[in-house]
Design a protein around this ligand. Structure first.
Ligand code: C5P
Length: 322
């Protein structure tokens, strides 16, 4: 049986609006998600027995049943018991390049890769939309990670509308290695502080949803208007994460100061997802490399890690098979 090596890329949020609270306890969101080419490598090797064994080269990533990659394998065995009985389990190895607990969907993209990998190994022939349906059971960001690219995500983040690709932009990602923000904490704190602003009735929720579909950032993306996209970056979760994590605010300010000095090349800066990663968008690779250097000089902390990546339109992809 064939082994597969998959690339599982990270995402950033260009827009994250919290609209209200859903009956299922999750938040109703409107997000613009964007894949960037900083990717983990996931190798799936059929092992001829009925077990899934997980290994990962990152000490902070649990190689057990709590890992979304493992949960994805469990879900597939439940959904496709005959294929599981026929083909058996696999050894799954994760080579981590995406920072963990960072607001970059690192865990979600690994779960998505296992769904895609088992679809191939077990020759299930599932379509992307069928895989996205399964992915929704693993987490709100997992469906987006299957196809990636540029998309509007609504509902709890799992309802996707593909947007025109934005392939000519670069991003500098910055994260303090030892800092992480628990996503449930970020949403709960937001609810505690801002629930009076929530849209509560179904009708208003629907019209709000429609407004987002026709909203300024969607229009800017449709027109490939990069400076406008930079201007319209928005993340409601910054309202709770920045006051609680001053280092993240300081990082964001450092990026924004560089933008003031070079507004043509640095389009905008913001926190991604529930943080603590802060990103800045640039028009060229050289500008991204320059910006990375400048931030390293301004904030010379060995705990601060920076990456340069490119916007990409691919989700989970095959890097090799054998
Ligand atoms: O779906 P996922 O497991 O990634 O979500 C992690 C946590 O983030 C949830 O348990 C919930 O606390 C919060 N969340 C939310 N509303 C969403 C997505 C996530 O409240 N739409």
């Amino acid at each position: 049986m064939q082994s597969y090596t998959l690339l599982a890329p990270a995402k950033i949020n260009l827009y994250l609006e919290i609209i209200g609270l859903r009956a299922d306890g999750y938040h109703e969101l409107a997000m613009v998600m964007q894949t960037v080419d900083l990717a983990d490598k996931i190798v799936l090797r059929p092992n001829g027995n009925d077990a899934f064994r997980l290994s990962c080269d990152h000490p902070q990533v649990p190689a057990d049943h709590t890992n979304l990659a493992y949960k994805a394998a469990e879900l597939m065995t439940k959904e496709f018991p005959k294929s599981y009985a026929n083909y058996g389990g696999a050894d799954i190895n994760i080579q981590k390049n995406i920072p963990v607990a960072a607001g970059l969907a690192g865990g979600s993209t690994n779960g998505a890769a296992v769904l895609v990998g088992l679809n191939l190994i077990w020759q299930l022939g599932l379509t992307h939309s069928e895989l996205e349906e399964l992915a929704g059971q693993l987490g709100s960001d997992v469906p987006f990670c299957i196809s990636g690219g540029t998309a509007l995500a609504t509902g709890r983040g799992n309802e996707l509308d593909t947007l025109p690709p934005l392939n000519n932009l670069y991003v500098v990602l910055a994260k303090y290695e030892n800092l992480s923000v628990p996503t449930p904490w970020a949403y709960k704190t937001y609810k505690d502080q801002f629930s009076e602003t929530y849209v509560n009735n179904a009708e208003t929720l629907e019209s709000r949803g429609k407004r987002v579909h026709a909203g300024p950032i969607i229009s800017a993306i449709a027109h490939q208007d990069s400076p406008k996209i930079g201007e319209l970056l928005h993340n409601d979760l910054e309202k709770v994460v920045l006051p609680a994590y001053p280092q993240v605010e300081q990082l964001r300010q450092a990026f924004l100061k560089e933008k003031e000095n070079n507004p043509e090349a640095i389009l905008g800066a913001m926190m991604s997802g529930s943080g603590p990663t802060v990103f800045a968008i640039t028009t060229t690779l050289t500008e991204a490399e320059n910006l990375k250097q400048k931030i390293q000089t301004t904030l010379p902390d060995p705990d601060l890690k920076l990456w340069v990546a490119k916007f990409t339109s691919s989700g989970i992809s095959i890097a090799g098979d054998s």
